[in-house]
Design a protein around this ligand. Structure first.
Ligand SMILES: Nc1ncnc2c1ncn2[C@@H]1O[C@H](COP(=O)(O)OP(=O)(O)OP(=O)(O)O)[C@@H](O)[C@H]1O
Length: 236
């Protein structure tokens, strides 16, 4: 696996009176933290890239190809949400297998790849458990494993560790860092935590009032030269 560039070209979207317009160029294999006030449009931005929302105008380009007309499953993207990632009646192995085949018709190679992903995320031995028999952190590991076997060059993470305690969150961030090191995918991660961004991200996209108000290197954004609105948001 390797990454792909992601470009949003004058992408417009409205929820009633709430209007958004996004322009962004994400380099291949970079890790981007998407930060900004509550309600500014961060989740909507990821949903537009993934194809769960349809823009009014503009385009989403992945590696230069316009994917705007593609359904979510056709896009070279996988996404992990804060919660509700798993099917409660399916065991760990099958939940991960859905990343490879929606009908769970799995080849021997698929099963080997699933086993490898579960080993990679520290879940070996828990293949036959149901989601209810796992901790919150383990459930998010299953969701990450499914994203891994989907084997797509772009990974979208929408506050995937927000419900976890600080130690577990750090552990999961290290896992994401390791997965990026091993697979080199392009990652866009929504987070409100400055330490998450500083640990993982090459660049920060600051979303404010339905726009990308700043897109700079992480070191710049955490320096005195960062835009005032971002400094106010992080409380510095
Ligand atoms: N299904 C919906 N119907 C109508 N308005 C919505 C819907 N989902 C989101 N919105 C509105 O769109 C705006 C952007 O929402 P979004 O969830 O993208 O924000 P966010 O930056 O991810 O917020 P948070 O940090 O609180 O998760 C908000 O004003 C929100 O109220």
């Amino acid at each position: 696996m390797s990454g792909a560039s992601v470009e949003l070209a004058s992408l417009t979207f409205s929820y009633g009176e709430t209007r958004m317009e996004f322009d962004l160029k994400v380099p291949v294999s970079s890790v981007i933290a998407i930060m900004g006030p509550s309600g500014s449009g961060k989740s909507t931005l990821l949903n537009l890239i993934a194809g769960f929302e349809t823009p009014q105008s503009g385009a989403v380009l992945i590696d230069g190809r316009d994917v705007s007309a593609d359904r979510p499953a056709q896009r070279p993207i996988s996404m992990v949400f804060q919660e509700n990632n798993l099917f409660s009646h399916l065991n760990v192995e099958d939940n991960v297998g859905l990343g490879r085949s929606p009908s769970l018709r799995l080849t021997q190679k698929d099963r080997q790849d699933i086993a490898d992903a579960l080993a990679h995320t520290g879940l070996a031995g828990k293949e036959h458990r149901l989601p209810a028999e796992l901790s919150g952190g383990e459930r998010q590991r299953v969701a990450l494993s499914r994203a891994l076997v989907r084997d797509r060059p772009v990974l979208l993470l929408d506050e995937p560790f927000a419900s976890l305690g600080p130690a577990l969150r750090r552990e999961m961030l290290s896992l994401v860092r390791q997965l990026h090191f091993d697979h080199d995918m392009t990652i866009l991660m929504v987070t409100h935590h400055t330490d998450d961004a500083q640990l993982l991200a090459d660049k920060i996209a600051f979303v404010d009032d339905g726009r990308i108000a700043a897109f700079e290197d992480t070191t710049t954004m955490f320096s005195p030269s960062a835009p005032d609105a971002f400094r106010a948001y992080i409380g510095s």
